[in-house]
Design a protein around this ligand. Structure first.
Ligand code: HAM
Length: 420
């Protein structure tokens, strides 16, 4: 019989969000949204379904992603459909669709769920949510500064300080010039090197050298490229200088930073956790000049980043920044027995109308047990409801942390609770 039962486990590499996890998730989304809005970004959303062509178009493609990581299927009308693996092509499509009406620069953010057929491991799942913040139609370097300052502010708003994370910056355009100086001008070769660099941290130094030699067909040149990439000389970078002006100092140039997408053309950046247990990339982004051109018309330059919920939560847990209980109701109403349950609901409505969050305990538990259950759920106040209270229209609310009590009519209690 048992093997006929369906598993209670979710699909491989995706998560169920039971209340504890959902409370954290909501907290992440709230801080993300508030921070993006504090920088003047407007929220957008789209469907998870996109035509598969969006990710295969020249200029948007990312070989590994399209060939190995997308969830693609044919619908009943024989259309090829992909569950979005990232938000950037979708946002570029939406910008291009309204290019006449929008007044640029446009600042948009979204918190989409994305699907990638990844080998599940720490920090990498098959469905994740990702804060996306992008500016379109601004080519000035201060747009790059603003986006990175926004990413930086998100960390601060979660209670982190600069010692906990590090911002790495590189520039695809500058890298192209550096390759040119070494005699590499061929587009395909530059792309191949960039893709290899994106895997550099994950492979042995010898493997890296061997693969690089294979790409450039020249051992000496491969050594020169490696030396250039690993050199400490930061050179001039106005984005880094601009960030310093804003008081942001945990920034450095890293020439080995590559980013996985072919569409980036200018500044690219990632934020890494500095904690030895979680040395990983937490967010990534960059400037892309040509994505909107896929939809016709003059290209509109974009720059932005994506910040995943999985890496965000790992970061907060690693640095002990997830301590608060985030969504308990303020007050629990505890009817003495089941005949008073409906009175309890009525009373709760009055408190809720005043903006307080209220739960009622309609279980068969004894009152003492109801109080300890409320305390375990970190609810601040309890109100024990008996028929005497109802007759007198006077109730007593107890603070479970301090033990203090206050009594009075609903109105009196509301004014005390909302004042505290
Ligand atoms: P990405 O580097 O592929 O960039 O992803 C950005 C962030 O999303 C990563 O740093 C990580 O936090 C999270 N992430 C990515 N894949 C997974 C996964 N399988 N599981 C959990 N988290 C993941 C992009 O997607 C670009 N479209 C970002 C961007 C926006 N560039 C410009 N604007």
């Amino acid at each position: 019989m048992t093997d006929k039962h369906l598993s209670t486990q979710p699909y491989k590499g995706v998560r169920d969000f039971y209340p504890d996890d959902m409370a954290i998730q909501q907290y992440l989304f709230d801080v993300w949204a508030q921070t993006a809005e504090s920088f003047g970004y407007e929220r957008v959303e789209a469907s998870v379904l996109e035509p598969a062509a969006l990710y295969k178009a020249k200029g948007a493609e990312n070989e590994e992603m399209v060939n190995e990581q997308t969830y693609t299927f044919t619908d009943r009308g024989k259309r090829e459909v992909t569950l979005r693996p990232e938000m950037t092509p979708t946002v570029a499509r939406m910008i291009a669709g309204r290019r006449q009406e929008l007044s640029f620069p446009v600042r948009w953010y979204s918190i989409p769920n994305l699907f990638r057929y990844e080998r599940a491991q720490r920090g990498r799942l098959r469905e994740h949510w990702q804060l996306n913040c992008d500016i379109f139609g601004a080519t000035d370097f201060t747009a790059d500064v603003e986006l990175i300052a926004l990413a930086h502010q998100i960390f601060l708003n979660f209670g982190a300080d600069e010692s906990m994370f590090e911002i790495l910056i590189n520039n695809r355009h500058t890298m192209r010039q550096a390759y040119e100086l070494l005699g590499i001008t061929d587009e395909a070769t530059v792309t191949a090197i960039t893709r290899l660099n994106d895997r550099k941290d994950k492979i042995e130094a010898a493997t890296y050298e061997a693969e690089l030699t294979k790409i450039v067909q020249d051992q000496k040149l491969a050594t020169e490229i490696t030396a250039m990439i690993e050199s400490d000389d930061p050179g001039d970078n106005q984005v880094v200088a601009g960030l310093k002006e804003l008081g942001i100092t945990n920034v450095r140039i890293d020439r080995s930073l590559a980013r996985g997408f072919d569409y980036y053309t200018g500044t690219i950046f990632e934020v890494k956790d500095t904690h030895p247990d979680n040395r990983r990339s937490l967010l990534g982004g960059g400037r892309y000049d040509n994505l909107t051109a896929l939809f016709g018309g003059e290209p509109i330059s974009g720059i932005g980043f994506g910040f995943g919920d999985v890496t965000m939560r790992d970061f907060l847990e690693t640095h002990n920044l997830l301590t608060a209980n985030i969504t308990s109701p303020v007050l629990a109403i505890l009817p003495m027995d089941r005949t008073l349950n409906l009175e309890g609901q009525k009373l709760a409505q009055n408190f809720r109308a005043a903006g307080l969050s209220v739960a009622t305990d309609i279980s068969e538990r004894k009152v003492g047990k109801k109080i300890s259950t409320a305390a375990e759920a970190l609810i601040e106040y309890v109100l024990v409801l008996g028929s005497d209270e109802i007759t007198a229209s006077s109730y007593t609310v107890k603070n479970l942390t301090t033990g203090e009590e206050m009594s009075g009519t609903v109105e009196e209690l509301i004014s005390q609770l909302t004042a505290s």
